[in-house]
Ligand binder design. Structure first.
Ligand SMILES: Cc1cc2nc3c(=O)[nH]c(=O)nc-3n(C[C@H](O)[C@H](O)[C@H](O)COP(=O)(O)OP(=O)(O)OC[C@H]3O[C@@H](n4cnc5c(N)ncnc54)[C@H](O)[C@@H]3O)c2cc1C
Length: 481
């Protein structure tokens, strides 16, 4: 795979990889351009869309954005699919049919397919398949529209830790952390089609099918909502809440100290680069908070993508470093104080009220506090029959209930907590071996544990009350009809 030629391009050549070189003229598309939107579901600040429009304008051909709805992707339920579809509905203006990609390419005679980038194996597998299935003439460009420094430019190998990737990323930021060019309308309009998407029915069907994990009321989807969370005048992170980030971000009782951006970043409803540019603009006001935020947003997040891209076993014990695998296996048969089944854990039926609270926060609120996620996963290691089991259960629960789940950050978060990925060895102890340990007493020293348990109880009570009210209103409506 090589980088695309940068000649007359609106975007840096390093951001694009040619997955397939079509046999048509190499300098321009002859048929229309299709952007297959997958990970970066937005119209603003989207390098893949910028590239697609730029290529279409140069060849004077129309451009379409296609989205292929998978209602079975890594176990997504109503919570995640509803959020995604409602966001997509806001993008949708033209009524294009969502077809499987190769068929769509064939149907419209496209000669260039642009796609955004995801390191997850399923998505990479589909792209390989699509490369085989589209006609010879078609070129396929993959654009890293998610990371600030394109993944393959930041590093060509699996990085060991934040320490080893930080310098590489920071060195490249002046080149890549730049303003976006303004995206004008395409020169040629896509011929109007009579296909239209019945959003209401589509969303109702998807939400009904995935009703086991219901949608969230507090988290409004879409690009506009994402920008409000970042910098809105009411309660924006950079405008109103930034100063608490460096002091309170590890306090689960103060979730508003965190940005709250992960749902939007996961679905690409806001660009990481936009968040970083805006944070840099207010650095003078709160330098420490901005530095800490950028470390998480850029270094930690891009490190997670690096792991999933270069480590094919990114969600299995086999993907852990040698020292960690050894220590975990040495302690795999240590006696555990408790062993809980997946069902007991899912229902928050453990003897630890703090752990149960974090599980309930995730199940009902849909976003567990970042600090609690570490404690939560580490306890699963302590309470299951072995590390493989612990990893599988933590990923299953994380992907099922977190609004930001099914993300490289989630796989790496679980791998960090349970398998020591990107961490170092610590003092050896039962069950954990040399994997970093966390316990209830440590949490008690750090924050008001009882306060957090009471806070989650209130939160769950409110969610349940609202759900009951909604059900009642629906029943009333039905009776009126
Ligand atoms: C066991 C476990 C599971 C996790 N699962 C997920 C997940 O499914 N999806 C997810 O996005 N994050 C996950 N994380 C990472 C982190 O906890 C969340 O990104 C964060 O809590 C999201 O809230 P926020 O956006 O308000 O955080 P903020 O602190 O405001 O962070 C801003 C952004 O920086 C990035 N970031 C922050 N912390 C990390 C981190 N440790 N690693 C990588 N990137 C980070 C995220 O993109 C985040 O949205 C997990 C961590 C652990 C330990």
């Amino acid at each position: 795979m090589e980088n695309a030629s940068s000649a007359q391009s609106a975007i840096q050549s390093g951001r694009i990889r040619v997955l397939k070189e079509g046999s048509g003229p190499s300098d321009r598309a002859v048929g229309p351009v299709v952007y297959w939107m997958f990970r970066d579901q937005r119209l603003n600040d989207n390098w893949a869309l910028i590239h697609a429009v730029d290529q279409a304008n140069k060849a004077n051909v129309p451009v379409a954005v296609a989205f292929n709805l998978f209602d079975q992707f890594l176990g997504a339920k109503a919570r995640q699919l509803g959020f995604m579809l409602r966001g997509l509905q806001q993008l949708h203006r033209d009524g294009e049919a969502v077809e499987t990609i190769p068929n769509f390419i064939k149907e419209c005679g496209a000669s260039l397919l642009v796609t955004d980038f995801s390191p997850l194996r399923e998505v990479r597998g589909w792209k390989e398949e699509i490369c085989k299935r589209v006609g010879d003439l078609v070129s396929i460009h993959e654009v890293d529209a998610h990371n600030i420094v394109p993944l393959w430019v930041a590093s060509e190998k699996l990085e060991y830790s934040a320490r080893t990737i930080r310098g590489k990323i920071n060195k490249l930021l002046p080149e890549y952390l730049i303003d976006f060019p303004k995206l004008g309308p395409p020169n040629r309009k896509w011929p109007t089609s009579n296909h239209s998407v019945d959003w209401e029915n589509l969303i109702t069907a998807v939400v009904r099918k995935g009703a086991e994990v219901p949608e969230l009321e507090w988290c409004e989807p879409g690009e506009h909502a994402a920008r409000e969370v970042l910098m809105g005048s009411k309660n924006g992170f950079l405008t109103k809440r930034l100063k608490n980030y460096s002091t309170d971000r590890n306090n689960p009782l103060k979730p508003k100290a965190l940005s709250g951006l992960s749902p939007y970043l996961h679905f690409g409803q806001i660009s990481v680069q936009r968040c970083a540019l805006e944070a840099r603009n207010v650095k003078k006001l709160c330098p420490k908070a901005v530095d800490t935020f950028l470390e998480e947003l850029i270094v930690r997040r891009e490190l997670a993508d690096n792991f999933c891209f270069y480590q094919p076993q990114y969600d299995s014990l086999q993907g852990a470093w040698e020292w960690a695998r050894k220590t975990l296996m040495d302690h795999a048969s240590d006696k555990r104080e408790h062993i809980y089944s997946r069902e007991q854990l899912e229902k928050a039926q453990t003897a630890d009220p703090l752990w149960n609270a974090s599980q309930l926060e995730m199940v009902h609120y849909g976003k567990m506090h970042g600090f609690m996620r570490m404690y939560w996963a580490k306890k699963i290691l302590e309470w299951t029959s072995g590390p493989e089991d612990a990893l599988a259960i933590s990923i299953y629960l994380n992907d099922k209930y977190e609004i930001d789940g099914r993300d490289p950050n989630g796989y790496v978060g679980c791998m960090w907590s349970i398998c020591g990925v990107h961490d170092q060895g610590w003092q050896e102890r039962p069950v954990f071996g040399k994997i970093r340990y966390m316990n209830y007493a440590g949490c008690k020293r750090k924050f008001d544990v009882d306060g957090y348990i009471a806070y989650v109880k209130r939160l769950v009570g409110e969610v349940k009350k609202r759900k009951a009210e909604t059900l009642l209103n629906e029943k009333k409506k039905e009776l009126c009809i």
